[in-house]
Design a binder for this molecule. Structure first.
Ligand SMILES: C[S@@+](CC[C@H](N)C(=O)[O-])C[C@H]1O[C@@H](n2cnc3c(N)ncnc32)[C@H](O)[C@@H]1O
Length: 222
């Protein structure tokens, strides 16, 4: 089954022996891919809404995996059980992800690995998970259609990061692969557009945005 470069990158960060909870599974393509290709020991597909979950159930049935992939209806980590050591969330906004982890921080005790691919607020969710006791083991940029996504693997443990590492991503910064320039040039452009429309009295936001543009341009020149 083809799942596209973004979900393939997510799957590649799931440990082989993992028991996975996929939060916001929608179609459950990731879970089907993981189980069919024996890339995880177990997968549970969960979603907050009935519609996507019934879509997931149909897909799972079509692939004859009803005995292998459990489906659970619920919000965020409400569907988590302690037999699962890995949580995947992809395709949600960074702020929603922060809410999910902060709201259920007690459940993090038994979660060893977290794989995320946030649609936005990437630095914020990384910083949040770092404060909650995880470090960034790996991360990558992946192009899927016209968009470039960040995919991040976090593992339980402590590590301190500089502001610059948190902004660009500590591993993304060391890899500096071919997508780096394209991705962060887009980040410059979106901030320049923002500066054009931000009212003059939004002094702090304008100051922060200008500072970020400067930092981005400096890194892109190196
Ligand atoms: C854009 S889809 C992403 C699907 C898939 N994870 C992917 O990356 O392609 C987002 C899904 O997350 C679900 N969702 C949104 N907020 C959620 C939450 N707090 N808990 C569980 N599921 C949620 C939505 O119902 C939707 O099916």
């Amino acid at each position: 089954m083809k799942i596209g470069p973004r979900l393939e990158a997510v799957a590649s960060f799931v440990p082989n022996d993992a028991s996975v909870l996929d939060i916001g599974c929608d179609h459950a393509k990731l879970d089907i891919y993981l189980v069919k290709n024996k890339l995880a020991k177990k997968a549970v597909a969960s979603d907050i809404a009935e519609g996507p979950l019934s879509h997931a159930k149909k897909n799972i049935k079509r692939h004859k995996l009803t005995r292998d992939i459990e489906t659970r209806l619920g919000r965020g980590l409400d569907t988590y059980t302690t037999d699962l050591d890995t949580v995947v969330i992809s395709g949600l906004g960074g702020k929603s992800m922060m809410g999910i982890f902060k709201y259920s921080r007690k459940k993090l005790k038994t979660i060893k690995t977290i794989v995320i691919s946030p649609n936005n607020y990437q630095s914020d969710i990384k910083r949040c998970l770092n404060h909650l006791g995880y470090y960034i083991e790996d991360e990558t940029l992946v192009k899927d259609g016209k968009y470039i996504y960040q995919v991040i693997k976090l593992v339980k443990g402590k590590k301190l990061y500089s502001k610059k590492e948190m902004f660009f991503g500590p591993v993304i910064l060391t890899k500096k692969d071919q997508l780096f320039k394209e991705y962060f040039s887009r980040e410059v452009k979106s901030r320049e557009i923002l500066l054009d429309i931000l009212p003059k009295n939004y002094r702090l936001k304008r100051f922060q945005t200008k500072r970020e543009i400067k930092m981005l341009k400096k890194e892109l020149e190196n």
